[in-house]
Design a protein around this ligand. Structure first.
Ligand code: AMP
Ligand code: MG
Length: 367
């Protein structure tokens, strides 16, 4: 066949293909599975993906689909909700409840019951984790201010001074009142606030008319409902040694995944990476054998707080806490990446359907 014939045969088969396709296309194409929108709050990009399908069917057995106006209004409600939590829980917003507590002027504070309950819950997690998670690290995080321009290593004296005000036992709650026994103690809910707000957002979504969806909130992911195809949502876990890659995937439904690592919020000085997660005992960036840890839990605030704690505690701490919480309503599973690049999995993820390790695609040699 000469070149001209070949081209015309190609054009002909292309036209036939187009007409076949258009003949078969009697119905409108189905909309994509998700309607999605992104907004920014709590220092984080938040992406909400909601299923378009209502799950009901009309007389023709065709699935009904939400209109975009409805899905967009649901996402707007979520954004408003998160922004309310940000106004209350932020350490840096001057008029937040937390900023009020962090003023060094008083010992007693009458608080909004929800904020008080969250601080109380935080202190319970501190007890569970032997203080590895401790929201009174505020003086330490303020001192290091790792995400600021020109962040530097503070002096030993200033670290000691900051650490002297850390300790969850310095915060007591009684009825609607919070009491600081150390006026200089500062609260930082950075390790639990996003998870808490995400949990509330998912509660709101569950109460909406949307069948299923997934929300990505910085290092936290929450899923609700069941995907009709696979049932579960596949969540990728970033490789802390090369953030352009993943170490693998976990599968969730009606569950939360929270990742703590220091590859995003940190500064580098003389070749040393100083991360944003602190050991409350030393007032210095935490250093264990774990470089990144993903926690799976049905409780979003716990997933968030525990991932921070497990980053501080390392694999021995993960094993102990796993045993201690197994069978409770705050049981968890975890995927930890260790400094040598290997992956540690808790028992519940070790079998089939747990964690799917990422495998580099096989490359075939070209001749
Ligand atoms: P996450 O990314 O959830 O692990 O939370 C880390 C954030 O929580 C930091 O940016 C600090 O604001 C705060 N934080 C750091 N270390 C701790 C700790 N040991 N316990 C509680 N909060 C912490
Ligand atoms: Mg956390």
């Amino acid at each position: 066949m000469n070149m001209l014939k070949r081209i015309s045969a190609l054009i002909l088969s292309f036209i036939t293909l187009i007409s076949l396709v258009s003949c078969g296309k009697e119905k409108e194409p189905e909309p994509e599975e998700y309607y999605s929108a992104t907004f920014f709050a709590m220092d984080t990009e938040i992406t909400v993906k909601l299923a378009r399908r209502t799950g009901e069917t009309d007389e023709d057995e065709n699935a009904l689909f939400h209109d975009e106006a409805y899905l967009s209004s649901v996402i707007k409600e979520c954004a408003n909700l998160v922004s309310e939590y940000e106004s209350a829980l932020s350490r840096t917003k001057e008029d937040s409840v937390i900023s009020e507590i962090n003023k060094e002027t008083d010992y007693f504070f009458d608080l909004d019951p929800e904020v008080l309950a969250l601080i109380k819950e935080s202190n319970e997690i501190s007890e569970l984790t032997a203080g590895a998670f401790d929201v009174t690290v505020g003086t330490v995080t303020e001192l290091w201010n790792v995400t600021s321009d020109g962040a530097d290593v503070p002096s030993d004296e200033s670290i000691e001074e900051a650490v002297s005000h850390v300790g969850y036992e310095k915060i007591e709650t009684d009825g609607a009142t919070l009491r600081k026994t150390d006026r200089k103690t500062k609260i930082d809910l950075g390790a639990i606030g996003k998870g808490y707000a995400l949990g509330k957002m998912i509660d709101h979504l569950r109460a909406s008319d949307v069948d299923y969806g997934i929300v990505s909130f910085g290092g936290n992911v929450g899923a609700f409902g069941k995907k009709p195809t696979t049932g579960k949502f596949k969540v990728a876990i970033t490789n802390a040694l090369d953030t352009s890659k993943v170490i693998g995937y976990v599968f969730v439904d009606d569950e939360f995944v929270s990742v703590s690592a220091d590859y995003e919020r940190n500064f580098v000085k003389d070749g040393v990476v100083y991360g944003h997660i602190f050991d409350p005992e030393t007032g210095r960036p935490a250093k264990s054998d774990v470089i990144s840890v993903a926690v799976l839990s049905e409780n979003s605030a716990y997933a968030d707080a525990l991932s921070t704690a497990l980053f501080v505690l390392g694999t021995d701490g993960i094993k102990d806490l796993y045993k201690a919480l197994a069978g409770t309503d705050v049981a968890f599973e975890a995927v930890a990446q260790l400094e040598d690049g290997s992956v540690y999995l808790t028992e519940g993820l070790s079998g089939d359907g747990g964690f799917e390790e990422y495998k580099e695609p096989e490359t075939t040699a070209e001749s």
